[in-house]
Every structure is written in structure tokens, then in C-alpha cells.
Design a protein around this ligand. Structure first.
Ligand code: ATP
Ligand code: MG
Length: 269
């Protein structure tokens, strides 16, 4: 089995003809723990949606080397008014394995209890979702992710509006996944957390700025570069002139950093 869990080949993603993540190339190693960092609107959620297959590439490709994927969307995109209990939400983690109407086995139920316990939600099984605090909801979503038994786990701002104790507990869960050989990509805004817990970082500003060991990526120079790329970005720009109608086409890449060389974007300053 290859050591690459995911490979980006000159990937460009966007909406209605406007690029939101531009020319990303490189590989994610199996069993790695990577923070995805960038300003608001820099394309982090777009990238995760592209990996999850929710968004098709405008050009290039995202080549999967994983068996099963779990995707925890940014919380603002989740509807909590849906009339369901904690146990209903967490059981959805078995969906790929058992189907929507499949009955849970005794072993499934034991595993479900173990996962609720691991996130500190024992006793919350029958609580309606709209009665949970933000942190309790995140814990429930982590329990669901555990049940999915995925080898690639995508987390979009899982610590948003969550207190320090819950963050610490959920980081333990994430590190447990990595210790089991799973690959985790996690979108974060908290640079202290990134530096303390995430060995790899991908810094994006609509295009990749730097990708590699966190200490090499999170430098003031790279963060300054990311800010200037982001500020210069034209929201109305289309995708690369070079890409139009040429899906999968590659352009020049720096093989050392995996980052694209200068490229031209229609309307991009
Ligand atoms: N469904 C959509 N239709 C059109 N444009 C979109 C859509 N979703 C996102 N965008 C645009 O794509 C760009 C990147 O958005 P994205 O949500 O990926 O940013 P982000 O890095 O996740 O930001 P944040 O930190 O605020 O979550 C933004 O300019 C956004 O307005
Ligand atoms: Mg986002």
C-alpha cells in the first residue's frame, strides 16, 4: 500500500466559475496530522469539501488513497433544530457500515457506549440535540466520527466556540486516531494549538502559501505572505486562463516545496 493517503494534482476548486482554492499540488502522508490554516475566506472549507467529493474540481484532481473518509463540517453549516437525540446523531456513524435502517448489533451498541464515554457524554444518550451546549455538540460529533472507522478524517474548525477543557479532551481523541494510523486534516484558527499539537501545516490564501513541518510553515514571513495574497485576491476573478477547458492539465511546479510556480489568474491582481 502506498504511503500517500491523498494526493492533490494541480487542484483548483471553486464556485460558479470563480476559483476559491487555486493550483494545489502535493501529498498527504498516511498517519499524518495536518493543520489547515488561513484567513477567513482563504479556501479551507472549500478544500475539505473538494477532498470529501462534495465539490468537483474545476481542474486538476484530488486522488484518494484512503479506504473510508469521515468529514466533520464547520459547525455553522449544521442544523441543530432537527428533532433528534444524541444517540441518533452518534449512531449515524454506523451509516456506511449498516445502512440507514440497519439494526445495530450488540457489539455495535457496546462500541457506541465506549465512544460516548471517550468523549465524556455517558448519560447524554437521550438528550435532544437542541439542548446541548456547543462543546457537548462537538463531543457528540467526535463520537459519531469515531464510529465511522475512517482512515482519513477531515475536521473543519472543530474547536470553534469550545472551551479549553473540551479542546484538550478532543485533542486527545485526535491524537488517538493518529496513533491508530489514521490520517487527520484539521482546519484551525488558533496558532498556539497548531504549533503545540500539529506536526504538519498547510497554509493557504486561496492558493498554497507553504506546506510542511509546522515550524517551517508558521513563520512570520509566510504569515505575512498569506495576508498579502489574501488582500490582493479578486473575489470576481475567474479560474486560471491556462486551465479553461483543460481538466487535469498540470503547470510548472517546484518539486521541492510542492508549491506552484508563478501562475496567471484572470483578473487577479
Ligand atoms: N457555496 C458557495 N458559493 C459561492 N462561493 C462560495 C461558496 N462557499 C464558499 N464560497 C466562497 O469561496 C471562498 C472560500 O470560502 P471558504 O468557505 O472555503 O473559506 P474558509 O477559508 O473556510 O473561511 P472561514 O475561515 O471563514 O471558514 C470565499 O470567498 C467564499 O465566499
Ligand atoms: Mg471555513
Amino acid at each position: 500500500m502506498s504511503n500517500t493517503c491523498l494526493e492533490f494534482r494541480n487542484l483548483t476548486l471553486g464556485y460558479q466559475g470563480h476559483a476559491a482554492v487555486h493550483h494545489l499540488s502535493g501529498g498527504v502522508q498516511r498517519g499524518s496530522l495536518t493543520a489547515v490554516v488561513g484567513a477567513n475566506g482563504s479556501g479551507k472549507s472549500t478544500l475539505l469539501k473538494g477532498i470529501a467529493g462534495i465539490l468537483k474540481p474545476i481542474s486538476g484532481a484530488c486522488v484518494p488513497g484512503f479506504r473510508r473518509l469521515a468529514y466533520l463540517a464547520q459547525q455553522s453549516e449544521l442544523d441543530r433544530t432537527f428533532p433528534a437525540r444524541v444517540i441518533d446523531l452518534v449512531s449515524l456513524g454506523y451509516w456506511q457500515k449498516r445502512g440507514l435502517l440497519g439494526r445495530l448489533t450488540a457489539a455495535d451498541k457496546i462500541r457506541l457506549s465506549t465512544c460516548l464515554d471517550a468523549v465524556g457524554l455517558t448519560g447524554f444518550e437521550k438528550r435532544p440535540l437542541d439542548s446541548l451546549s456547543g462543546g457537548q455538540m462537538q463531543r457528540a460529533l467526535f463520537a459519531r466520527t469515531m464510529l465511522q472507522d475512517a482512515d482519513l478524517i477531515l475536521l473543519d474548525e472543530p474547536f470553534n466556540a469550545v472551551d479549553a477543557r473540551t479542546i484538550a479532551d478532543l485533542i486527545v481523541v485526535i491524537k488517538g486516531w493518529v496513533a491508530e494510523g489514521r490520517t487527520v486534516l484539521c482546519v484551525l484558527h488558533d496558532y498556539v494549538l497548531v504549533r503545540d499539537h500539529f506536526p504538519e501545516t498547510l497554509l493557504i490564501a486561496r492558493k498554497p502559501v507553504a506546506w510542511g513541518a509546522t515550524s517551517d510553515v508558521m513563520t512570520s514571513e509566510n504569515l505575512r505572505k498569506a495576508r498579502s495574497f489574501q488582500e490582493a485576491w479578486d473575489e470576481e476573478a475567474g479560474w486560471c486562463e491556462d486551465d479553461a477547458g483543460r481538466e487535469g492539465q498540470t503547470c510548472g511546479h517546484d518539486h521541492h516545496t510542492h508549491l506552484p510556480r508563478q501562475h496567471k489568474i484572470a483578473g487577479h491582481v
